[in-house]
Write a protein that binds this ligand. Structure first.
Ligand SMILES: Nc1ncnc2c1ncn2[C@@H]1O[C@H](COP(=O)(O)OP(=O)(O)OP(=O)(O)O)[C@@H](O)[C@H]1O
Ligand SMILES: [Mg+2]
Length: 258
């Protein structure tokens, strides 16, 4: 099948993407775009479909219908091409327990085609960037949550891709580790990277996001800059704007879906 390309105006493009798990439509006709150099935050209650959408984009799940594009590459048509262009971070992705932190990052660098001095230099950069040095020789199975998250970031970013997809990047981290990741996101944005993240933390959104998409029951129900959303909903802040949008929130009986 020939590779279909989308104009490179958008680094990320969801086009009427839906994903079903049996009878449950976890993501419904999702359409939104992220421009080069933008930080876009997906918000939504538990079960809204954020992780499912991100996993479809990262080629880990096959959409039931519709498409997603990374740098113009249709992720269903050319998954390897898409993977080369993205870093995907998710707490649900395990690390190989029997490799040390540094071995793991090196292994993934090699999988992405890095070798020799380029590989070792890049691994050293990652170790330094995420302050992994103190535990770089320790087995991944013996790391704390925050240490694991830093190694996961290093592993995801070792090939220095242009698009970062981060599913709750600061979940379970202490304030200091969270701050390291926020600083990193700001720095990567400064280098022109495009970042799509999901989060439940409004301060994170206020601090980082150029635009926000709010999902509910698999659908995008609002989109705009944090300031626009707050103004449009007449709320004093983003958290209240979010709550206003969810005010008739209720679990759909029998689906467990928000
Ligand atoms: N593998 C699966 N099989 C069946 N249903 C699933 C599967 N993964 C997710 N779901 C369901 O799909 C819906 C969306 O889940 P998803 O994990 O995408 O939500 P989320 O917005 O990321 O939630 P959270 O904020 O809790 O991380 C939920 O109702 C969930 O139970
Ligand atoms: Mg999730």
């Amino acid at each position: 099948m020939p590779t279909r390309h989308f104009p490179l105006v958008f680094m990320i493009n969801f086009s009427a993407l839906s994903k079903r798990y049996g009878p449950l439509e976890a993501v419904r006709e999702l359409t939104f775009q992220v421009e080069p150099g933008e930080v876009y935050a997906l918000l939504g209650p538990n079960g809204a479909g954020k992780t499912t959408a991100l996993r479809c984009l990262a080629t880990l799940l096959k959409p039931s219908s519709g498409s997603a594009y990374v740098c113009g590459v249709d992720v269903s048509v050319d998954p390897l091409g898409a993977r080369r262009r993205i870093a995907f971070l998710s707490s649900s992705m395990g690390l190989y327990q029997r490799l040390s932190a540094k071995e793991l990052v090196t292994y993934f660098g090699r999988l992405h085609g890095l070798k020799g001095v380029v590989l070792s230099r890049r691994v050293d950069e990652m170790v330094e960037l995420f302050a992994i040095g103190d535990f770089s020789g320790r087995l991944c199975g013996k790391l704390s949550t925050g240490q694991r998250q830093r190694v996961s970031l290093a592993r995801a970013l070792v090939h220095d891709p242009p698009v970062l997809i981060l599913d709750e990047p600061t979940l379970g981290l202490d304030v200091l580790s969270g701050r390291t990741i926020h600083d990193f996101i700001v720095q990567e944005r400064g280098r022109g990277k495009t970042i799509l993240l999901s989060t439940h933390q409004m301060e994170e959104v206020d601090l980082l996001a150029d635009r926000v998409g709010i999902m509910r029951r698999g659908e995008l129900v609002a989109e705009g800059s944090p300031t626009e959303l707050v103004q449009r909903l007449g709320a004093p802040n983003l958290a209240r704007a979010f709550l206003a949008l969810m005010s008739d929130w209720a679990l759909v009986p029998g689906t467990g879906q928000a």
